[in-house]
Design a protein around this ligand. Structure first.
Ligand code: TYD
Ligand code: MG
Length: 457
C-alpha cells in the first residue's frame, strides 16, 4: 500500500536528511539535533521521460549578448551597509539578515525601506511578527515615509507571492522567514521544511521578477540562523547583525556574498531615531579608554579591507586555587593560553599561580593572530603592573619561540594609527623593513617578545 504521507528526520543544524532518528548527525557531527517532520508526497509533475515541446526549450545565450543593466545596483541610504553589500543592493538578489532578537534587524530594514522608497522604488514590507500599529509606532520614530512604502501583515507564502506578483515592488522585506507558512505543509512555522520552502519560494520570486528580497532570520543560542545551514547556501548574500545588546553600537558583517567580498563590516549606533552609521569606528571603539592604567594597550586589526583600532585589556590576580583561571572575552581563549605559555617560557614571566583575564573593550570579537603581540604585552603589563604609553600601538603574530612574525596590510594599520594621533608603533621586524616613514609615527621594529617588552617598559 502506498503511503500518502511519510516522515523524515532532519538535522536542525545542517539540514541532513535521514529516514530514521540518529543521536549524532553524520553531516555536521552535532548531537541531538534530529527533528521529525512530515513531508508531503512528491507531486506528480511532468514525467521525466516525457519530451518537452520545442517552444518550451530555453535557449542558451552567448556571454557578450547578455545585456548589462546600468541600474543593477541601488543604494541603501547607508554607506556602511552599501560597502558590506559590495557597493549597494543588487537587483533581484536574495539577502538574508541574521541576528539576535532585539539587535535591530527590523529597524535597519525599515530604514533601508524608507530610503529606497523615497527614491521612487516601490517597497513592500511584510511582517509576520508585528501588527501594522506596532510597525507604525517604530516608523514614526524613524521619520516620514513616502507613498511608495507599503505594509502587509501576513504569513501565508501563497498570499505574499500573489501580492508581490501583482503589485510588482522593486524591493520586498520579509520579517521574518521563520514566521512564514506554506499551507501545503503540515509542519509548524519555523521548522526545517517550512523555512526551506519559504526560502525557495522567495528565491524563485526574486529571480523571476528581478525583485530584491531581504529575509530576516533569527539566530539561535549557538549563533547560527535558526533552521538549517542550507538556508545560507540558498541565498545570494548573508549578513549578520551583531553586537552587544546593551552597548549602543551594532556591527553588520557580510558572511557570504555572491556579488562582493565577504568579511566587510559596517558599524552602526542605535539611537532614539533608529540606527545611525558610525563614520569613524576606530575613534568610536577606543573612545573612553583609561590611559593611565596597567594592562591596557591598543592594537590595529583588519576587518575586511578596513583597519580598526581596538583596546585590549588584561587583569591578573593571585589565584586562590591550585588551578588558575584564564578567561578571554572577545578573543580565542586557546590563543590566550598559548601566549601565556610563551610569556612564561620565553620571557620568564611566571603566571602559573595567577588568574588571567583578557577582554577586548567594547564587545568586539576578534580572532586575528595579528593581535597576539598586543594581548601578550597587555598580560605582561597587567601582571607586572606597568603602564604602556597610551600613544603606543602594536601588532604582530607571536610564534612559539617568542618571535614576532609579520602580518598583512601593515601599512594600512599604521596609517590608521597615525590618523588617530598615535605616536609610536611596535611593528614586526619583517614588516618594518618594507615601510618607509609615516608622518608623526615612530616605528619600532621588534623581533621577539623580549625586545617588545623592553620597548614598552
Ligand atoms: P528591532 O529592530 O525590533 O530588533 P529585531 O528586529 O532585531 O528583533 O529593535 C530592537 C531594539 O532597538 C529595541 O530594543 C528598541 C531599540 N530601538 C531604539 O533604541 N531606537 C529606535 O529608534 C528603535 C526603532 C528601536
Ligand atoms: Mg524584528
Amino acid at each position: 500500500m502506498a503511503k500518502s504521507k511519510s516522515t523524515i528526520f532532519f538535522c536542525s543544524s545542517c539540514g541532513f536528511e535521514s529516514a530514521k532518528w540518529m543521536g549524532q548527525c553524520p553531516g555536521c557531527r552535532e548531537w541531538n539535533t534530529f527533528v521529525e517532520e512530515v513531508v508531503p508526497p512528491k507531486s506528480s509533475g511532468r514525467a521525466s521521460s516525457a519530451p518537452i515541446s520545442r517552444s518550451d526549450l530555453p535557449v542558451p545565450v552567448a556571454v557578450p549578448d547578455v545585456k548589462a543593466d546600468d541600474s543593477v545596483r541601488f543604494e541603501t541610504g547607508f554607506g556602511e551597509l552599501d560597502r558590506v553589500l559590495g557597493g549597494g543592493i543588487v537587483r533581484g538578489s536574495l539577502i538574508l539578515v541574521g541576528g539576535d532578537p532585539g539587535i535591530g534587524k527590523s529597524t535597519l530594514l525599515l530604514q533601508v525601506a524608507r530610503y529606497v522608497s523615497s527614491k521612487g522604488e516601490p517597497v513592500l514590507y511584510v511582517s509576520g511578527e508585528e501588527s501594522m500599529q506596532q510597525i507604525k509606532l517604530r516608523a514614526d520614530r524613524i521619520g516620514d515615509f513616502s507613498e511608495n512604502m507599503k505594509l502587509l501583515c501576513d504569513t501565508d507564502l501563497d498570499v505574499i507571492s500573489q501580492v508581490v506578483t501583482t503589485s510588482k515592488p522593486g524591493c520586498v522585506i520579509i520579517d521574518s522567514v521563520q514566521t512564514m507558512v506554506d499551507s501545503q505543509l503540515s509542519s509548524a512555522p519555523g521548522s526545517v521544511t517550512q523555512i526551506r520552502s519559504a526560502t525557495s519560494t522567495f528565491m524563485k520570486l526574486a529571480k523571476s521578477m528581478g525583485v530584491t528580497i531581504f529575509l530576516v532570520g533569527h539566530v539561535t543560542k549557538e549563533g547560527v540562523v535558526a533552521g538549517p545551514r542550507i538556508l545560507e547556501h540558498m541565498v545570494d548574500t548573508v549578513l549578520y547583525f551583531e553586537g552587544d545588546r546593551h552597548a549602543a553600537y551594532r556591527i553588520i558583517r557580510g558572511v557570504k556574498n555572491r556579488f562582493g567580498s565577504t568579511d566587510e563590516i559596517g558599524v552602526f549606533e542605535m539611537e532614539s531615531e533608529g540606527l545611525r552609521e558610525v563614520e569613524n569606528p576606530s575613534a568610536f571603539l577606543i573612545g573612553g579608554r583609561c590611559t593611565d592604567a596597567s594592562g591596557s594597550c591598543v592594537t590595529c586589526t583588519i576587518e575586511g579591507t578596513r583597519p580598526l583600532l581596538l583596546e585590549v585589556q588584561s587583569l591578573s590576580s593571585t589565584s586562590r586555587f591550585g588551578n588558575p583561571r584564564r578567561a578571554a572575552t572577545g578573543t580565542d581563549s586557546g590563543r590566550v593560553n598559548l601566549l601565556i605559555a610563551v610569556l612564561e617560557k620565553r620571557a620568564g614571566i611566571n603566571l602559573s599561580d595567577s588568574d588571567v583575564y583578557v577582554n577586548i573593550a567594547g564587545g568586539m570579537k576578534v580572532q586575528e593572530p595579528a593581535m597576539d603581540l598586543c594581548v601578550a604585552l597587555c598580560i605582561a603589563s597587567g601582571f607586572l603592573d606597568f603602564v604602556i604609553d597610551p600613544g603606543t600601538i602594536c601588532f604582530g603574530e607571536i610564534g612559539l619561540s617568542g618571535e614576532i612574525r609579520s602580518v598583512s596590510l601593515a601599512l594600512a594599520r599604521l596609517k590608521e594609527a597615525a590618523r588617530l594621533g598615535f605616536t609610536r608603533a611596535l611593528v614586526p621586524a619583517g614588516n618594518a623593513a618594507s615601510i618607509e616613514k609615516i608622518e608623526g609615527l615612530e616605528i619600532v621594529a621588534v623581533g621577539d617578545i623580549n625586545e617588545a617588552l623592553r620597548a614598552v617598559r
